[in-house]
Design a protein. Structure first.
Length: 694
């Protein structure tokens, strides 16, 4: 809507074209789109109407671009895809002629256009050019500092004076004091420089100096969160149209803004509860006009008076556990209401009667739907609670014992805080287990329990002390036993050292004696060698040869004693040299031939190979075989058998396997693990084996 210099109103409709209302004659003149007339209105769906400083009329349509009215003819401006300097979109939402005579045109889909009325060219401010936050712009306005503001589908945009690019201001979900919603419907600048911004989700007041937002919704008193348009009247009050009625807002500008809302609906004479977006105008007379789907309301704000009616408020019902309590009715053996709840000022309840409901009502026959009720239970509620106007009841559950005061107040004006409340005192008794006698019994029980626990604690301490004494005694005995065990262990260690020293002395003695034996044996072997070389008698040679072999064997035994000493001192080493191990073992085996004949024992030798050259320690192999064969002949009874076999086997590598088998008495299986222990002896058979270590 727009007012011309004659005080008449141009009205845009949704589908009925342009209407001119002559307020003097109360006559309406309609202008419609005529497809056969190029000078007619371009489209019947009117979105915006604007009168410039030359009193020329500009009409924005929904899909027909915009029209300029000149002498009853309409000049059309539309979007031309082939002309980048044409109108950016055919859905025109608002016009603005700023203080610099620049002409701005906002569109719903093409951003903002700066129109040069001389060249008829358009400069576009669009989202694609990163000059504005959204192409859907619903309103454009110049503030008192010559900044250009645009309300879009994505926040507010401001073009600072002298700037070339709009700066966006949007909602910050993490900041409750930011813009309440990004979808802007309408906005104005008030007489104090504040911006009043209507969105689809509430009202924001913006202080450009502090860049602070103050947000308001239904919870603060608005009839609806969908704000359609805003006007400031001559008294400094603000009128806000919504999707659910009209609201008058009175503001107190202090450090913190204080807003008082007075709401109006169809019952107050409005054309309907719903209004259209950006469909209002402030007239020269100070009157305000708001348009909606069902018509227009034109009124003088100063003549709109609040009807302050005084009416009575009553508590109408008291319920325990959702059941109404009547006067002189016994509940759990006791009467709660001695008279009607209308006349009751106080009542007393048992501790288990702490779930109750209080209903209230006010006698108002003019606009009862506008009566606001608030209630509060002192001692429980911290603030007043607004009641549902259709229920008008308050319910409390599981209250603690104590004294409470229920208050309820009602008013048909916005100053409900000035209304005098109706009160009802309520006392909830303590249960028997919180009475004085109960506490005395509790004290006695606690005292007895403390005495019992103290006595029991002392007894436990005594038992613990006795147990600790016994534990220390046992510990002392254990320490004594440890000392005695250590002493015995030390004695055993000393005894073992003495035995070792004695063994060392014995071995040293045997070694010394062995050294003494070697010289005579060497002297015996020398003449024997001469006799063997000089004698031609075979019988004598055979006997002397036997003497030579046994002498060498005796010398070998002496050498073994000396080697034993070396093994004790870890000085013995392996002396390998090449040789035929088959012939070497065969010669050693047949050296026991005379002993075998003497005991009538069958001595045999077997070898897989006739000859096998390997590196081996001749001396140690000889000693091992002599030791094994000596034991075999020693423990094999007459007419027995002794066999020596040699084979070459593969276990990870090639190895020579030497086996000595006999038919002797053998070694029990449980004793076989001990045969390599030094001087292992089988006592029950008076036998001994000597371990020869390689």
């Amino acid at each position: 809507m727009a007012e011309d210099k004659l005080g008449n109103i141009w009205i845009g409709t949704n589908g009925k074209g342009l209407v001119y209302y002559n307020r003097s004659t109360h006559k309406f003149t309609s202008y419609r789109h005529d497809p056969s007339n190029n000078n007619s209105l371009s489209h019947d769906a009117i979105v915006a109407i604007y009168i410039d400083r030359f009193e020329k009329l500009w009409i924005g349509t929904y899909t027909g671009g915009f029209d300029y009215m000149d002498n009853g003819k309409f000049i059309h401006y539309k979007y031309n895809a082939s002309d980048p300097e044409s109108l950016s979109d055919n859905k025109v939402s608002d016009f603005l002629e700023d203080s610099s005579n620049r002409f701005w045109i906002s569109t719903m889909g093409g951003g903002i256009n700066l129109f040069n009325r001389t060249t008829k060219k358009f400069k576009r401010y669009t989202q694609n050019l990163s000059l504005i936050s959204s192409d859907y712009v619903f309103k454009v306005l110049e503030d008192s500092h010559q900044n250009i503001w645009a309300g879009t589908s994505y926040g507010m945009n401001v073009l600072p004076k002298g700037g070339t690019k709009f700066i966006k201001i949007v909602n910050d979900p993490k900041n409750d004091n930011s813009l309440i919603n990004d979808n802007i419907n309408s906005f104005i600048e008030d007489s104090r420089g504040y911006l009043w911004i209507g969105t689809r989700d509430g009202l924001s007041l913006y202080n450009p100096k502090t860049k602070t937002f103050y947000n308001y919704t239904i919870e603060n008193g608005l009839p609806d969160n969908n704000i359609m348009d805003i006007q400031e009247d001559n008294q400094g009050d603000f009128w806000v149209s919504t999707s659910n009625g009209l609201s008058k807002i009175s503001v107190t500008y202090n450090k913190k803004l204080n807003l008082i809302f007075k709401n109006f609906d169809e019952n107050d004479g409005l054309q309907g509860k719903e209004f259209n977006r950006i469909a209002s105008v402030k007239l020269r007379t100070g009157e305000l006009a708001f348009g909606g789907p069902d018509g227009i309301n034109i009124f003088q704000p100063s003549l709109i008076k609040s009807y302050n009616q005084t009416f009575k408020l009553f508590i109408t019902d008291f319920q325990l556990f959702n059941k109404s309590v009547t006067a002189n009715t016994a509940i759990d053996g006791r009467v709660i209401l001695k008279k009607s709840i209308f006349d009751t000022k106080e009542l007393t309840l048992n501790h288990d009667q702490n779930v109750f409901t209080i209903e209230f009502a006010s006698l108002n026959y003019i606009g009862p739907h506008k009566v606001k009720h608030q209630y509060m239970l002192e001692g429980f509620d911290k603030t007043w609670i607004s009641a549902d106007n259709t229920l008008r009841k308050a319910t409390y559950t599981n209250l603690d014992p104590g004294d409470y005061v229920f208050k309820v107040r009602a008013s048909s004006t916005e100053n409900i805080s000035d209304a005098k409340p109706v009160t009802l005192r309520i006392r909830i008794l303590n249960p028997w287990y919180t009475s004085t006698l109960a506490y005395i019994l509790y004290s006695l029980a606690i005292g007895g329990a403390l005495y019992y626990f103290r006595y029991r604690g002392i007894q436990q301490l005594k038992q613990q002390f006795a147990a600790e004494q016994e534990k220390q005694k046992v510990q002392r005995l254990i320490e004594q036993e440890k000392v005695e065990s250590q002493r015995l262990l030390d004695n055993e260690r000393l005894e073992a050292m003495r035995y070792r020293e004695l063994d060392a002395m014995k071995i040293k003695f045997l070694t010394n004696v062995s050294h003494e034996f070697r010289t005579p044996l060497s002297l015996i072997l020398a003449p024997i060698d001469k006799i063997l070389k000089g004698s031609s008698d075979n019988l004598i040679k055979e006997q002397v040869s036997l003497i030579q072999k046994n002498a060498k064997r005796l010398l070998n035994l002496v050498n073994q004693l000396l080697d034993f000493r070396k093994m004790e001192l870890k000085e013995i080493k392996l002396q390998k040299r090449p040789g035929d191990i088959i012939s070497f073992i065969r010669d050693i085996t047949y050296s026991f031939k005379d002993l075998a004949e003497q005991k009538n024992i069958q001595l045999t030798f077997n070898a897989t190979y006739e000859k096998l050259d390997v590196n081996f320690d001749h001396d140690k192999i000889e000693r091992i075989l002599f030791n094994l064969l000596s034991n075999s002949f020693k423990f094999t009874l007459d007419n027995g058998k002794v066999n020596v076999s040699v084979d070459c086997i593969m276990i990870d590598q090639y190895m020579v396997e030497i086996k000595v088998r006999d038919t002797g008495i053998g070694i029990p299986k449980e004793k076989q693990e001990k045969i390599f222990e030094s001087f292992f002896r089988m006592i029950f058979q008076s036998l001994s084996l000597i371990r020869v270590v390689e």
